[in-house]
Design a protein around this ligand. Structure first.
Ligand code: NAP
Length: 295
């Protein structure tokens, strides 16, 4: 069994990006600049955004954090989005989800300019991804694909079962895995909460990608020997004995499933760090595209 070490691979990717940034600096070019918009004080969001900003520093990007209070109105947020769209210093930016309930998430994501949408959530970018065109692929599915590629995991002709159909993970990864290319060419089954007999399907799967957010959902008796297991789930489970008062766990019963798997991602240290690395990769791409446009 091989552990798909997202931490190690994400560090390699960050090092590769840092080398490119150093070369940009040497040539006197502007370095990539990522902005993050955070509304409110959700604990998990603060952690994610903090980690993204720290990663920017480490690889030599410029970064800006726009932290707004919970009471920010939709109109105020839309104005900030417009300002970021118009700001030539900013190459790409993300609006950290979830947003407070009084703000229409879709309206905000639609307002992000597709050329700066390094999360790949805008319909233009999602559509391009589905049509196999050059775009920003959203960071989590992009990270899964990159992990499979870098470990040379055979996917061609394999049966991949994806659990979860969200717009940011399940649906895009099901599209990407079914496309032509490396780490793709799979036959994909997409499951969700209305799917009957998930176990019957996962038992047929060569690759299981679990993205539902239910701790330890995928048990050892649901996977066939030799399967590749990708655990996207990140759930905080309350634990008074833990230093932070919680621990992080995935969708997979890791200790038991790993005994049957050929490849498996741990949580933490699997898909999570890859997501950040691919966001940085998208920001570098955004800078390169803006530079090419300006020529
Ligand atoms: P989401 O929007 O809540 O979607 C969950 C999906 O799982 C839905 O399609 C839902 O079905 C399905 N589902 C829920 N319970 C199910 C069940 N018992 N059986 C079958 N399907 C079920 O979640 P998400 O944003 O995709 O995130 C999923 C997990 O990945 C979460 O733990 C999240 O924290 C994690 N995540 C991790 C990363 C990372 O970087 N590693 C990034 C993003 C998300 P319906 O559509 O029918 O409701």
């Amino acid at each position: 069994m091989v552990i798909l070490d997202g931490k190690k691979i994400s560090n390699q990717i960050k090092d590769e990006i840092a080398t490119e940034v150093a070369q940009m600096k040497e040539r006197g070019e502007k370095v990539p600049h990522l902005a993050a918009v955070l509304v409110g004080n959700d604990g998990a969001s603060l952690t994610y955004v903090g980690s993204k900003v720290r990663s920017c520093k480490r690889i030599g990007f410029e970064s800006t954090l726009k932290h707004l209070p919970e009471e920010t109105t939709e109109a105020e947020l839309l104005q900030l989005v417009k300002d970021l769209n118009d700001d030539p210093e900013i190459d790409g930016y993300i609006v950290q989800l979830p947003l407070p309930k009084h703000i229409d998430e879709q309206k905000v994501l639609m307002a992000v300019h597709p050329d700066k949408d390094v999360d790949g959530f805008h319909p233009t970018n999602f559509g391009k991804m589905a049509l196999d065109m050059e775009t920003f692929i959203s960071a989590t599915p992009y990270g899964i694909m990159e992990l499979l590629r870098r470990y040379d995991v055979e996917t061609e002709g394999k049966h991949a079962v994806v659990i979860g159909r969200s717009h940011i993970v399940g649906r895009p990864i099901s599209i990407l895995m079914s496309q032509k290319g490396k780490a793709a060419n799979a036959t994909v089954t997409l499951c969700h909460s209305r799917t009957k007999n998930i176990k019957e399907l996962t038992l047929q799967a060569d690759i299981v990608i679990s993205a539902l957010g239910v701790p330890h959902f995928l048990k050892a008796d649901m996977v066939k020997p030799g399967a590749v297991i990708i655990d996207v789930g990140i759930t905080r489970v309350e634990d008074k004995s833990a230093e932070k008062g919680y621990y992080i766990t995935g969708d997979v019963d890791y200790e038991n499933v790993r005994k049957k798997a050929s490849f498996i991602t741990p949580v933490p240290g699997g898909v999570g760090p890859m997501t950040i690395a691919m966001l940085l990769k998208n920001t570098l791409l955004a800078r390169e595209r803006h530079m090419a446009k300006a020529l």
